[in-house]
Design a protein around this ligand. Structure first.
Ligand code: IPE
Ligand code: IPE
Ligand code: MG
Length: 239
């Protein structure tokens, strides 16, 4: 199924709208985040079933550290809880786990849990689930520039040898293909500092659905829309 070019190899999702979902119900914001875990489950399952190879989820941005302390610590606790409760199911579904972002910013408990889960799932061969945590597209480019400058300074790389592949290879996403499809929930029409370099030719699909309401049907609708897109990459349409 994954051989079908009309099935995106890599889907990235900006999971947005948890706070609004909670507010609409008169609940604290954290309840929206809690409810969002069910949508993560649905998306991971649907992606695996559809033959998608990589699924990147924007779970926490570098800018999200600006939120109230209570919300941030609540989100970190939910992350640990999610990993603990889902690890067996992820393993059964042959899912691998990777992370992108400044993981060192996360509480030690979350770092440990992520590393344990990553190792436990490392032999799996199905969907690769990539969780973006303390992630920022510009921060990623800063980290890549530092890496490349270090190589130049050490005499292992000459400036004129730097090309697009050098930069792609210095990003957190070096091992992964660029996303074919970017989904954003809650209707916001912006990238919010997500995968700035990698989305240069990504197809974008935005739904008004809030993340906690996102289910398999929404995912399948995104896939159906993607199938109708004509990707030209700057060329002209085939005659
Ligand atoms: C997305 O939902 C989850 C995170 C950013 C962690 P929000 O918390 O941004 O929800 P809204 O956008 O305020 O509704
Ligand atoms: C983007 O959502 C980050 C995540 C989904 C983790 P935000 O809610 O933080 O983005 P803005 O502030 O609406 O741009
Ligand atoms: Mg938001």
């Amino acid at each position: 199924m994954s051989a079908n070019p009309k099935v995106p190899r890599h889907i990235a999702i900006i999971m947005d709208g948890n706070g609004r979902w909670a507010r609409q119900r008169g609940l604290p914001r954290i309840e929206g985040h809690r409810a969002g875990a069910e949508s993560v489950r649905a998306a991971v399952h649907a992606a695996g079933e559809a033959g998608v190879k990589y699924l990147t989820l924007y779970a926490f941005s570098v800018e999200n550290w600006r939120r109230p302390k209570q919300e941030v610590s609540g989100l970190m606790r939910l992350l640990v809880r999610y990993l603990r409760s889902e690890i067996d199911e992820l393993d059964r579904n042959n899912v691998r786990l990777e992370t992108i972002g400044r993981l060192e910013d996360l509480p030690k408990s979350a770092q440990r849990e992520l590393e344990e889960a990553r190792q436990r799932l490392s032999k799996n061969t199905g969907l690769t689930l990539i969780v973006a945590l303390s992630y920022g597209g510009r921060t990623e480019l800063v980290d890549a520039m530092r890496k490349i400058a270090g190589e130049v300074q050490a005499g292992r790389l000459r400036p004129e040898q730097i090309d697009e592949a050098t930069i792609s290879g210095a990003l957190y996403t070096a091992k992964f293909p660029d996303p074919d499809l970017l989904i954003r929930t809650s209707g916001e029409m912006r990238l919010s500092n997500f995968l700035l370099w990698q989305t240069s030719y990504t197809e974008i699909w935005i739904t008004p659905t809030l993340w906690p309401d996102f289910r398999k049907e929404d995912f399948l609708q995104a896939l159906a829309d993607y199938r109708k897109r004509e990707r030209r990459f700057g060329g002209i349409e085939p005659t």
